[in-house]
Design a protein around this ligand. Structure first.
Ligand SMILES: *[C@@H]1O[C@H](CO)[C@@H](O)[C@H](O)[C@H]1NC(C)=O
Ligand SMILES: *[C@@H]1O[C@H](CO)[C@@H](O)[C@H](O)[C@H]1NC(C)=O
Ligand SMILES: *[C@@H]1O[C@H](CO)[C@@H](O)[C@H](O)[C@H]1NC(C)=O
Ligand SMILES: *[C@@H]1O[C@H](CO)[C@@H](O)[C@H](O)[C@H]1NC(C)=O
Ligand SMILES: *[C@@H]1O[C@H](CO)[C@@H](O)[C@H](O)[C@H]1NC(C)=O
Ligand SMILES: *[C@@H]1O[C@H](CO)[C@@H](O)[C@H](O)[C@H]1NC(C)=O
Ligand SMILES: *[C@@H]1O[C@H](CO)[C@@H](O)[C@H](O)[C@H]1NC(C)=O
Length: 459
């Protein structure tokens, strides 16, 4: 699918010390993505002796590992490279648990609805991109996503602010008094994706219910000169009448764009387009540089004070903008120039150690001296998405269009509902001594991915 506007894409940046990216070449995109992914995964400690699958070392929070593996599911989809599938399957299953709820006891103390939903985004992506299934005894990727949905639907809170979800799950946590976009928009997007994937009307109804709450809340600020603005959250103490606008975060926009794109694609109802275009306007006006079209996390990047979490946000904004281009095709011409320019900007920042570690300031090709998982996943998201323009990749599937990850509407609420997976459990430690075993497992995984593998055939 080579679309016309790729013709006027900027030519590859030829900065001496950066990842080279030829945006119209599948080989170049794969090579760049593979280099960036390798350095990101080198930080992963979940397969080390004494650690557990699904963990990153400090300072990374638990949710960020879920986000990282979401991008790795994407990585397999875009490039066809199965190198990290085993680690990804292992991490998602281990943290999801045999009931698929993503409420592991090591995390529940300070787990937020947004933390939990990011893992569900990873498993939902696995269902939509026909990722190899979890091991025997674990719910399907779809069922894990449904388990999270079911738990969060029970947490709907009509007692304050007319509904919505609180940020934190535990009443003793300070964030229990806060209702934020990451949690509420996250549930909205998850519901929309389950609606599209399963075709079950219950999820459409919940998408509507959550959207109506968001749209009616102080978090949603339409018709500003820049388009629609999205506040980060609001406190229940004032019955959510006062939006917290001190933090401006691009992922809040991205989460809603993703949700609106899925629900529009599924329902084909025009009513979803107006809020979608409003938020797209806000996103481009607020976060993308006017002339270069490169994304900037404006709340922190210009001041060099992005938090560890903040360094990941561009990755999601880009991810769901790309998704929007796929699922709402009339937005593609508007969106792609920003993605292409941002990918070039990102690659130009990947001139840290080994010429593959990426900084965060994509508006300059001088490495900014920072490295980390957030920088790496943001660059990965921007670079690998360009594969959509040079290869004919399928859109996220549904149960009607080739999805094989089984639906279970009662997942999580009735205990362990295993999938019919025939995939064996993957050995926890991948050490040199386990190489033979790992080789066999890789072969098994390869057999599962063969149908969806483009690595060998695309060029
Ligand atoms: C929680 O931590 C304990 C102790 O490190 C470990 O044995 C267990 O596997 C961890 N659970 C998960 C889901 O990582
Ligand atoms: C809180 O806000 C909700 C929704 O806007 C409204 O229905 C409710 O009456 C408000 N409660 C109070 C005590 O003001
Ligand atoms: C508002 O958002 C900022 C930036 O994220 C945060 O530091 C602050 O704690 C939030 N305020 C409240 C009342 O939650
Ligand atoms: C988005 O911006 C364009 C151009 O700036 C404007 O014409 C359009 O009305 C805006 N749409 C929405 C929904 O805000
Ligand atoms: C939904 O997405 C598919 C895949 O990109 C696309 O072909 C279809 O036109 C979209 N539906 C709508 C209503 O835009
Ligand atoms: C639809 O989803 C809901 C919520 O998960 C579930 O209770 C219901 O059984 C599902 N319906 C069908 C027909 O699968
Ligand atoms: C863990 O996985 C990463 C990424 O796949 C790899 O680079 C690293 O060598 C692995 N560590 C061990 C101890 O196997």
């Amino acid at each position: 699918m080579v679309l016309s506007w790729s013709l006027w894409a900027p030519l590859a940046i030829s900065a001496a010390n950066a990842i080279e990216l030829q945006i119209d070449s599948a080989d170049s995109i794969k090579q760049a993505a593979s280099t960036i992914a390798y350095d990101m995964m080198a930080t992963y400690t979940g397969n080390n002796t004494g650690d557990n699958p699904g963990n990153l070392p400090q300072p990374y929070y638990w949710w960020e590992t879920g986000a990282m593996f979401m991008h790795m599911v994407d990585y397999n989809y875009y490039t066809g490279d199965p190198s990290y599938n085993q680690a990804t399957i292992q991490a998602m299953s281990w943290q999801g648990g045999t009931n698929g709820e993503f409420m592991p006891t090591n995390q529940t103390k300070d787990e937020g609805n947004d933390d939990q939903v990011f893992w569900a985004f990873a498993t939902m992506t696995a269902a939509e991109f026909k990722f190899p299934p979890p091991p025997v005894g674990y719910p399907s990727w779809t069922a894990m996503s449904q388990a999270v949905f079911n738990l969060q639907a029970e947490r709907w809170d009509p007692g304050t602010c007319g509904g919505g979800l609180r940020w934190q799950i535990q009443p003793y946590a300070a964030g229990y008094a806060y209702k934020n976009i990451a949690s509420n928009g996250g549930f909205f997007q998850l519901a929309a994706r389950l609606a599209r994937y399963t075709g079950n009307q219950t999820y459409v109804d919940w998408s509507e219910k959550m959207w109506n709450w968001i749209e009616g809340s102080s978090l949603y600020i339409p018709n500003t000169p820049q388009g629609t603005r999205i506040a980060d959250g609001t406190g229940v103490g004032t019955n959510c009448t006062e939006p917290n606008t001190s933090g401006v975060f691009s992922y809040n926009y991205g989460i809603l764009i993703g949700g609106l794109a899925y629900i529009y694609n599924h329902t084909e109802e025009k009513k979803w387009l107006e809020p979608l275009y409003g938020i797209l306007n806000g996103t481009f006006n607020i976060f993308f540089h006017d002339s270069s079209k490169v994304i900037q996390e404006v709340g922190c990047e210009p001041y060099n004070d992005c938090s560890t979490d903040g360094l990941t946000f561009k990755s999601f904004t880009i991810r769901w903008l790309v998704l929007c281009a796929q699922l709402v095709p009339q937005t593609a011409d508007m969106i792609w120039p920003y993605i292409q320019a941002s990918a070039q900007g990102a690659a130009g920042q990947c001139s840290g150690p080994d010429n593959s570690n990426c900084g965060y300031h994509w508006l300059t090709t001088t490495w900014d001296g920072t490295t980390g998982v957030g920088q790496q996943m943001s660059a990965l998201a921007a670079v690998q998405a360009n594969m959509l323009l040079v290869n004919d990749l399928y859109a996220p599937v549904t149960l009607k269009t080739g999805g094989t990850s089984k639906s279970d509407g009662t997942a999580g609420t009735t205990g362990n509902v295993p999938s019919d997976s025939t995939s064996p459990w993957l050995t926890k430690k991948i050490t040199t001594g386990d190489k033979a075993g790992a080789g066999i497992l890789t072969a098994i995984i390869l057999a599962f991915t063969l149908g969806g593998t483009y690595w060998l055939v695309s060029n």
